[in-house]
Design a protein around this ligand. Sequence first.
Ligand code: ATP
Ligand code: MG
Length: 655
Amino acid sequence: MKATSQTEIHSYLQENRIFSPPDAFSANAQISSMEEYRALYDRSIRDPEEFWSQIAEQLHWFRRWENTLVWDPPFAQWFVGGQTNLAYNCLDRHLLTARRNKAALIWEGENGESRTLTYFELHREVCKLANVLTDLGVKHGYRVGIYLPLIPEAVISMLACARIGAVHSVVFGGFSAEALRERMNDAAATVIITADGGWRRGGVIALKQSVDEAATGIPSLRHIIVVKRLDHAAPHSWVEGRDHWWHRLLAVASAQHDAPPLDAEHPLFILYTSGTTGKPKGIVHTTGGYMTQSYLTTKWIFDIRDTDTFWCTAEVGWVTGHSYVVYGPLLNGATTFMYEGAPMHPAPDRWWSLIDRWGINILYTAPTAIRAFMRQGDSYPAKHQLASLRLLGTVGEPINPEAWMWYHQHIGRERCPIVDTWWQTETGAILISPLPGAVPTKPGSATLPFFGIVPDVVNRDGESLPAGEGGFLVLRSPWPAMLRTIHRDAERYAKQYWSDIPGCYFTGDGARRDADGYFWLMGRVDDVINVAGHRLGTAEIESALVSHPQVAEAAVVGRPDELKGTAIAAFVTLEAGTKPSQLLKQELRDHVAHEIGSIARPEDIRFAETLPKTRSGKIMRRLLRDLAAGQETVGDTTTLEDLSVLACLREDEET
Ligand code: ATP
Ligand code: MG
């Protein structure tokens, strides 16, 4: 149902009563009704310490905490005095149960090869690497860089670090040597774990070569561990004493390792944000709170069951990969699925064949991926059964109703609820989301806050705004998985998140709440456009554009305008096979005016083959803003997926 407006989608949903998940799926084992959600939510925010204590008790602690929360704004500590071990909770805890020889991890490579590791096997590998790292001199609190393809070794590496109390910093394998150097230097890593290469779209990514290049600029670096992923390694150098093959080290390592008790506030990882708004920030997460919340959100939002195979399509280099590829599913004893390669390689239906082949039950992905599949056409998913799927999720940006509908019909086959989950690298876990079977969805809304979370929509002074009014999304109280600081820059942490709006954590996002209290994300506040005194969310205008039958994707920015102050400029990617024309431009302008109102009618429309995105697939509107304003300098582009996109956009401007 491509040729349809947002209004039509909404009425379709209302008529078909799919605001509420169908009965067959309303059996959320934990929370089964809206009343239950409301009652527990109220309790959880009346006494968050009591609530989170009860959850933390479901996990293993070597020593119980004395204080659930020590809050010295803006610095929080959770489960103070408690000692635990995240890797122990992900692995050892299950070895005494029927999960012992259940698949913890199923992996498929781009070339079709696969590996399955049971909890028992994964535990062994993690123990061996823990011993290897210790032998290489990695101590408690040391930083270890992980720069790997999406292969099981990435998970083993993260868990081995967590096990010995080393702080992991995963850098997405698609990043350049320069981006790696910048991050590893900031983290002062002593060891980097990499591979001789990785597969992507049939080509080889020369990871070790990038590490070699970066290494000269990382004075703290002592050792490089190299996973052998390729038959014929891409060219790279080898420094005796510094470089070690993973398989050689592990072949002689002991699989005996006792997980040491670590303080709840022991740093667990440093992860750099996607860089959509500027230079990436080194976000620091700690052990106990992050563990408790990634555990619970996976359990309740994905309603995870022992039989579930969970596929979160994120790279482990993003926070989504940390919390919902690795820690959340393993803490819950589920099976996590990982796929190494590009979504459409070698055929546009690769993902759908993976779902059938591995019996995937839960699929969690990003709207940008969904739109890319829509562009390929409906025939690809139609070739597959997709019968094992029972729950779908999205994250990363607001999902436009058009994409929501496609996901619902063509992938969820109208039977799977969709959870639209709002959160950030900084929040560590999902904070706003529907609960399948309890909190009904509204397409395009992340719906209601998770337990213990107090979001609000406020003005500059921190005053709550009434329903329907757009404002700043803030969080009014601390939560266990919150970031503790920015690495080596507590001042920037306080300034960036806790100074703009009095007494609150400021998310940087704009939102409004509807009469039911549902949250609608409007995009980043830096992106919100003020046209003649009206505040317009970029997400809303983009969504209107994409609801036009010929539009595949759109990005909207403001540009200075003498008359209005700001005019709306839209960059539009058309459906495959559609020709750009002046007529179409006019039609699109009218379409937006019809969908939202004439105030939102774009002044400029530019057709573009592709839009500039971060490597996590998010549109970098700040670059487009500069382009729309005719500025030459386009700021920091290190996280941009494909630099040539900018050149193309500039050329288009000239023609
Ligand atoms: P940087 O902070 O470096 O600019 P980033 O904000 O893109 O990068 P992430 O932490 O990966 O890095 O992304 C979090 C942001 O993604 C949120 O602040 C929000 O803008 C957006 N987002 C995530 N999930 C959703 C969602 N379900 N609906 C709307 N927006 C979302
Ligand atoms: Mg951010």
